[in-house]
Design a protein around this ligand. Structure first.
Ligand code: G3P
Ligand code: MG
Length: 243
């Protein structure tokens, strides 16, 4: 069982630094976050990059699909200028860089496996290989995905891993989905959770995590319903809520 914190930094400290960059992750950790959530995808030649969208336009100065670029092409991009001049020149971060950073800070990681449709197998293979290859013992790991195919393959390749079922709205047959992939935690959009659902999940020994909440009052409400952890773009601000 994982010891999850109440607040998890969503894409790093992403309200104050460009999402999913090492700078945003460093900032979240230095501001006191103990766990980070990042999205991961794969380059054409197999490097794992921290990136949310299938395409590069929104968060870098590149264009097109990330999966069609090589590591070297991606490392030449600027993933910071779109956010602010302060972060100009920030390179797209890799999972290896992040793991190294987390190991120095004893930070936990929720790795959201975010495949571009058609690239589920290469992404899961690379993530599984990385997890099996000398993952630092002081970096607790929870892997989640919206993709049923990714979850199925992750469970096959990583029978011991902590896996989170990630959805937007809560499906009526959510427990069947949990069982199908032997998931440990349940992640959903914050607008869909309610007290009844949390009680049902918690009675079954399942922690509920929800995204994305940047408001302290709403965060308190969610925690009082029985939500275990909240993904926030403003983790340092929400960390101040009492309790
Ligand atoms: O993992 C929680 C949350 O990050 C899922 O949605 O779109 O922000 O990756 P998204
Ligand atoms: Mg995410």
């Amino acid at each position: 069982m994982l010891n999850l914190p109440r607040i998890i930094a969503h894409r790093g400290e992403s309200a104050l630094a460009p999402e999913n960059t090492i700078a945003a992750c460093e900032l979240a950790l230095s501001n006191g976050a103990s766990w980070l959530e990042v999205d991961v995808n794969i380059s054409r030649d197999g490097e794992l990059f921290l990136h949310h969208d299938d395409t590069l336009e929104r968060c870098t100065n590149g264009s097109g699909y990330l999966v069609q670029k090589t590591r070297d092409e991606l490392r030449k991009l600027d993933a910071g200028s779109w956010f602010s001049e302060t972060y100009a020149g920030e390179r797209p971060g890799t999972l290896d860089e992040l793991v190294e950073l987390l190991a120095t800070k004893n930070g936990g990681l929720n790795l959201e496996v975010k495949p571009t449709p058609g690239w589920e197998y290469p992404l899961v293979d690379a993530v599984s290989k990385r997890v099996k290859n000398d993952w630092p013992q002081n970096v607790p790991l929870l892997i989640s995905s919206f993709s049923p195919l990714a979850l199925q393959e992750l469970r096959k390749q990583l029978p011991e891993a902590q896996l989170g079922l990630l959805v937007s709205a809560i499906p009526d047959d959510w427990q069947n989905w949990m069982q199908r992939f032997q998931c440990n935690t349940f992640h959903c959009a914050e607008s869909f959770v309610n007290q009844d659902f949390c009680e049902q999940a918690n009675e079954a020994g399942i922690s509920v995590l929800c995204y994305t909440c940047n408001d302290a009052n709403r965060a308190e409400e969610l925690l009082s319903m029985g939500v275990s952890s909240i993904f926030s773009d403003k983790p340092s601000e929400l960390a101040r809520i009492p309790g």
